[in-house]
Design a protein around this ligand. Structure first.
Ligand code: MAN
Length: 349
């Protein structure tokens, strides 16, 4: 048994019914994949809220934000021969891909890390052509007094990584798309290493290559280059189909420790870890063979998209790592790990 997570007994911490939809004609389908940070002594989540229109029989509806920034509803009869709706997350119509839900990001805060409230807090929505189908799965990295929010920006032009920065969580600066399609799962290191910013990201290559974790460097945190391949998928293992970074790497004596997600061909998402050299993160020193967390609880096995544990946010307190994670693409949950235990599970190359 390789699952070394200690799940919160209070799980799930958040369910779709716990929040109000962003407008009265939408309903919340999932709360998932929160970015996590500490601000003014509290624990904060930047939760992905996925919404859709209440469905009528025989018709599929889904919302998109049009070029003027207005919500538009697309309606397709379910028996339309040009409709392919086999994955609950994406549909194809007339050769184009659409999402079944549209996501925005919502701030929630908590004194105890367990009970969260969104009262009076900001809502971050997609804006502009490249965020037409919404924004998802934020990672929050703090460098000096600036928080860098990297997130998945989705539109009919593709899926890329957007960046916004803030110092006070009230005023946000948009830096546009920093990694163009197809790319997601971007986590910026929370330290400048030898004069450079570093980020993990996940470009996808449809024919040659795959869904692998890459490393990029930058002098200003906005313009990125010197991309290097870092961690790939492994045939026959739990992470055989895709891998992607979780939140910002954790600095340990042994190196930069990264928690990542891996999925197999059946779309089962587990968590694992790898370790990068402290001075040169392009050197991967070790990786876990088995996952450190596997979907096992009911709320991880069944939901909007079952058999999923997915993290992009955590808090480090000495040896204790608290991860917040999306379970079954529908709920927000929490679990604790010992960093020493994760390090001990690594296999060095
Ligand atoms: C995948 C899933 C969805 C997500 C889209 C776009 O299909 O992760 O939840 O909305 O990608 O990012």
């Amino acid at each position: 048994m390789s699952d070394i997570a200690r799940r919160f007994p209070e799980n799930p911490l958040l369910m779709p019914k716990d929040l109000q939809p962003s407008t009265s004609d939408l309903q919340i389908i999932s709360l998932l994949n929160p970015g996590v940070f500490v601000f003014e002594g509290k624990t904060w989540l930047l939760v992905r809220v996925a919404e859709c229109i209440a469905q009528k029989e025989g018709v599929i509806f889904f919302p998109i934000v049009n070029e003027l920034g207005k919500m538009e509803i697309i309606e397709i009869p379910l028996n339309d021969p040009e409709l392919i709706a086999t994955d609950p997350r994406v549909i194809q119509y007339k050769g184009l891909d659409y999402l079944t839900t549209i996501s925005h990001l919502r701030l929630l805060s908590s004194d105890d890390g367990i009970h969260f409230s969104s009262e009076g807090l900001e809502l971050l929505t997609g804006s502009g052509r490249l965020e037409q189908y919404g924004i998802e799965d934020a990672r929050v990295s703090k460098l000096d007094d600036t928080y860098y929010i990297t997130y998945t920006a989705v539109s009919s032009s593709g899926v890329g990584v957007g960046l916004r920065t803030t110092k006070d969580w009230k005023n946000f600066e948009s830096k546009g798309m920093i990694f163009p399609p197809h790319n997601k799962d971007c986590a910026i290191f929370e330290e400048i290493i030898n004069g450079k910013f570093y980020a993990l990201h996940r470009p996808s290559s449809p024919q040659i290559g795959g869904n692998f974790i890459w490393l990029a460097e930058s002098l200003d945190g906005i313009h990125w280059g010197n991309h290097q391949f870092l961690v790939g998928t492994r045939t026959g293992l739990w992470d055989s189909a895709r891998v992607g970074a979780g939140a910002a790497p954790i600095k340990t004596e042994k190196g930069w420790l990264e928690i990542y997600h891996g999925a197999d061909a059946e779309h089962r998402y587990c968590l694992g870890a790898f370790l990068m050299d402290l001075e040169n993160p392009s050197i991967v020193l070790a990786r876990t063979l088995d996952p450190i967390m596997v979907p096992t609880e009911n709320y991880e096995l069944s939901g909007f998209f079952g058999f999923v544990v997915f993290t992009n946010g955590h808090i480090v307190n000495g040896d204790e790592l608290t991860i917040y994670y999306g379970a079954a693409d529908e709920f927000v949950c929490g679990a604790k790990f010992s960093i020493t235990e994760i390090l001990a599970a690594l296999e060095y190359f």
